[in-house]
Design a protein around this ligand. Structure first.
Ligand code: PLP
Length: 373
């Protein structure tokens, strides 16, 4: 038996996405940049995938740039905007971003581009007032994630973006945990740049995109060929791009029913843990990505919990997947100030549409058994 509860780390490839990818891995292997007829099919597929992805987030196809995933998109957004600005103006980001943003910001600092950080409140929200308190007319870019990967809290992006724009700054959002899971319209949000990654929405790994609003000043990610309008050189990964588009379209089409199912499972899990009288805190705010459940159990050891559950065939995470090698408290849990006696006993359960009521009952019972030996 296996119960997979780590969908915020990665998801299973959608079967239809896989089928759509196959021809481009086998027979239609032509290079989309070539002029001969054999390249027509991959070229058409590239165009169609760009249009599909754009339509899922309310963008213009010309604003979608394919990348190798969330990490590359985040790095490109922060560094590309900073390097296009000869005045070295400041970037503002939040203290609980994914390391793809935080470490890119650290590199900017090392290269004499100033960076300032805003702290989320205890519920895991970055308040527009906190941004208004430190932003100046010299700020170049504000980058705040749409949904936090460890605790799922959804940020007030359009309000934050308005503050940024009022001061003439650009706005980027790392939407890796949100795309394909909650409705997103780049024009409603008003943002200039958005990062996404296919493997978080049942697409293949190693592929993603960066939305760049038309007219945004940004340096190309790589120098080389003319792919992606000269902004991201390198032969396109057509199979993965096609798989990503099919997976995103499908997730968007069935989003409402899937999130309803996931929310029911989420409520059931919390209800059962309360019935079992386990002493825990649920981290994050009311407004969160469906199925992202960060739980801190009093006087417990999150890593030991993970291993005990693993032994029972139940897969959860202690925090973000990228932090799982360290036993230290994650920067996110520190930033939202989870009380000390609970913080070390944190696990993240992230549900997917394939999870069932039976699995939730098993997990709740397993947690009860572990906590009450
Ligand atoms: N940003 C967030 C919020 C994430 O959760 C992740 C992955 O865990 C990334 C960025 C990195 O994405 P990728 O694995 O596609 O590089």
């Amino acid at each position: 038996m296996m119960i997979y509860l780590d969908h915020a780390a990665t998801t299973r490839l959608d079967q239809e996405a896989f089928e759509a990818m196959k021809p481009f891995l086998l027979d239609e292997f032509g290079n989309a940049s070539q002029l001969y007829t054999f390249s027509r099919t991959p070229k058409k597929a590239l165009k169609k995938a760009r249009e599909t992805i754009a339509s899922c987030i309310g963008a213009d196809p010309a604003e979608i740039f394919f990348t190798s995933g969330g990490t590359e998109s985040d790095n490109w957004a922060l560094k590309g905007v900073a390097f296009a600005d000869y005045k070295h103006r400041a970037t503002i980001t939040s203290a609980f971003e994914h390391h793809a943003v935080l470490n890119a910001a650290e590199t900017l600092e090392q290269l004499d581009h100033p960076v300032a950080y805003i702290w989320p409140d205890k519920t895991g929200n970055v308040n527009p007032e906190s941004l208004a308190a430190i932003i100046t007319n010299e700020t170049l870019l504000v980058s705040v994630m749409l949904a936090n990967n460890e605790i799922g809290s959804v940020q007030p992006i359009s309000e934050l973006c308005s503050v940024a724009h009022m001061h003439g700054a650009l706005f980027h959002t790392d939407a890796v945990q949100a795309v394909g899971h909650i409705p997103i319209d780049v024009n409603e949000l008003g943002i200039d740049l958005l990062s996404a990654s296919a493997h978080k929405f049942n697409g293949p790994k190693g592929i993603g995109f960066l939305y760049i609003r038309n007219g945004t000043k940004i340096r190309p990610y790589s120098d080389g060929g003319a792919q992606e309008k000269g902004m991201r050189a390198g032969t396109e990964n057509i199979a993965s791009i096609v798989g990503m588009a099919v997976a995103l379209k499908k997730n968007c089409d069935v989003m409402a029913e899937r999130s309803e199912h996931i929310k029911k499972l989420e409520e059931l899990l919390i209800q059962r843990l309360r019935e079992y009288k386990l002493d825990f805190i649920r981290n994050g705010s009311e407004n969160h990505i469906p199925g992202n459940i960060s739980l801190s159990f009093k006087s417990a050891d999150g890593e030991a919990l993970l291993h005990r559950l693993d032994f029972m065939g139940i897969y959860v995470s202690t925090g973000s997947a990228c932090n799982s090698k360290s036993t230290e408290l994650s920067h996110v849990l520190k930033a939202v100030k989870v009380p000390e006696e609970y913080a070390l006993g944190t696990i993240r359960i992230s549900l997917g549409y394939e999870n069932t009521i039976g699995e939730i009952e098993t997990v709740a019972k397993a947690l009860h058994t572990i906590m009450n030996p």
